[in-house]
Design a protein around this ligand. Structure first.
Ligand SMILES: C[S@@+](CC[C@H](N)C(=O)[O-])C[C@H]1O[C@@H](n2cnc3c(N)ncnc32)[C@H](O)[C@@H]1O
Length: 213
């Protein structure tokens, strides 16, 4: 919550609404709890995941990166206000580069904003940063020509047209194109629906690297 009554409370109410109604965070949290290592959150937005992890008493170091410098500035302010320890944010185009990292990785609702070739490169780079016992946890919509798939595409396009999402989706990945680079990098992906109460085609991909020994 911003300190001043007339501060920008849009992020606060957006975050409360998202945390209260979105099946993303409980599902992602359950997938991340057993995962080892520091967390790299690619396309972190306002850094909501960092707050959710701290609420669950997860003390692991967190680095959130996003291409949107304004969101990163707002994420830093919210993390400072909540006194989140070992939490950092950087502005970065994840389709061009990722920071050095060895641990676990989150990629939540980001893939569809990248072109197909960039998705494959990002999945490879993210998988390479998963340590033994670590996990790459992805939430993504999947192209499967279902009714949910169509509903997701129409809603994404409307969200862009009315200015709710600044960027428009570039490419919806199918299950095979998500699975292949992860398996090639030695991870074991499992895909489960994460529909919750929504009409959207959301999936949770939990890809683990077997612990050494
Ligand atoms: C739908 S939001 C999801 C935010 C956050 N992961 C969450 O679940 O609340 C998608 C995010 O991906 C970011 N993004 C899109 N393309 C990116 C890129 N090439 N590199 C880094 N971030 C990117 C956007 O700026 C946006 O914050």
């Amino acid at each position: 919550m911003p300190a001043q009554r007339f501060g920008n409370r849009r992020d606060y109410y957006y975050s409360r609404g998202k945390l209260g109604s979105d099946p993303l965070y409980p599902g992602v949290l359950a997938a991340l709890l057993p995962a080892r290592g520091a967390l790299l959150d690619i396309g972190c937005g306002l850094g909501l995941l960092a707050h959710v992890l701290r609420q669950a008493d997860q003390q692991r170091p967190y680095l959130g990166v996003d291409i949107d410098a304004d969101k990163i500035a707002r994420a830093r302010r919210a993390a400072a206000r909540a006194a989140l320890a070992e939490t950092r944010f950087d502005t970065l185009d994840a389709s061009a580069t990722l920071p050095a990292h060895h641990g676990s990785v989150a990629l939540l609702d980001v893939l569809q904003y990248l072109p197909a070739e960039a998705q494959a490169g990002l999945l490879q780079a993210a998988a390479a940063r998963v340590a033994p016992g670590g996990r790459l946890v992805i939430r993504t919509t999947l192209a499967d020509n279902s009714g949910r798939d169509r509903t997701t595409r129409i809603t994404d396009m409307l969200a862009h047209l009315v200015g709710w999402m600044g960027t428009r989706p570039r490419h919806y990945p199918d299950a095979a194109s998500v699975r292949a680079p992860l398996e090639a990098a030695g991870l074991q992906p499992q895909m489960t629906p994460l529909y919750g109460n929504t009409p959207f085609n959301n999936w949770l991909v939990c890809a683990e690297r077997a612990a050494a020994g």
